[in-house]
Design a protein around this ligand. Structure first.
Ligand code: BTN
Length: 246
């Protein structure tokens, strides 16, 4: 992973470049990195603020041999990989908010956008877009009230950070976890994910396409869905936005 890297100074979104490269036959593990994105994309159609020189804006092209329905496993795997990489490089405790936002002390430091292209019912390729706020400038100009909910690694460590080193660590972790997933399946990834998740055992509210659901987050099931304990029984959440209840 990360043996072939395309680096660009500025682009609309590394997701677009990665999809283009994948269509042209990029190898498994190819990586696109931009110093700046002018049209960074977040989950659920949101924008991702990506000013120059301040963060890691990168997209991996991965070709796992898995069925399309296993896509949530990948997303969860990436969040575990980046959590571990950030901990190794900075010593900071990073935790995961379902499904794959990374937080430091209640503020978001990294977002992950997983996009797959299918061939029949298999994953043809996957583009894993990872945005990490490294230096304080990455969040300084975020509009309020989003600014309040975001954080950069630099604000927490107060020591110099090298983006290349963090990228290298992400590559190593993704490679290791993908091998683990290939060998042992989702179970060990799930256990790791649950050990980093900060909302388990708490009351949460999720907004899904068919309304709002509240309950206690108790863990993941084998498909990667979040399991909620609600007064009317167990609910499985496949895709949603989540808030911790007050
Ligand atoms: C989210 O939290 O909503 C996901 C954010 C993903 C941002 C990354 S930055 C690199 C890649 N290129 C993009 O346009 N988005 C992802």
């Amino acid at each position: 992973i990360g043996k072939t890297i395309r680096y660009v100074k500025s682009t609309a979104s590394t997701q677009h470049l990665a999809h283009e490269w994948a269509r042209q036959g990029a190898n498994h593990g190819s990586l696109v990195i931009a110093d700046e994105q002018t049209g960074g994309k977040g989950r659920m159609g949101r924008t991702w603020h990506s000013p120059p020189g301040s963060g890691i804006w990168m997209s991996f092209i991965l070709k796992p041999n898995i069925p399309l329905i296993a896509t949530p496993h990948l997303t969860l795997l990436f969040s575990v990989a980046v959590t571990r990489a950030l901990h190794t490089e900075t010593g900071i405790d990073v935790s995961i908010k379902w499904p794959n936002d990374l937080f430091i002390a209640g503020r978001k430091v990294c977002g992950i956008l997983t996009e797959v292209r299918a061939e029949a019912d298999r994953v043809h390729y996957c583009v894993a877009g990872i945005g990490i706020n490294v230096h304080p400038a990455s969040v300084k100009h975020l509009p309020q009230p989003v600014r309040e909910t975001a954080v950069s690694l630099g604000e927490v460590t107060k020591k110099p950070l090298r983006r290349a080193q963090i990228v290298a660590s992400c590559c190593t972790e993704i490679e290791n976890l993908m091998s683990l997933y290939e060998e042992k399946g989702f179970s060990p990834i799930r256990t790791l994910w649950e050990s980093y998740a900060f909302m388990l055992g708490k009351q949460v509210t999720v907004r899904t396409s068919d309304g709002t659901k509240s309950g206690e987050a108790i863990g993941l099931d084998q498909s990667g869905a979040l399991v909620l304990k609600t007064p009317s029984g167990t609910e499985r959440i496949y895709s949603a936005d989540m808030d911790l209840s007050r």
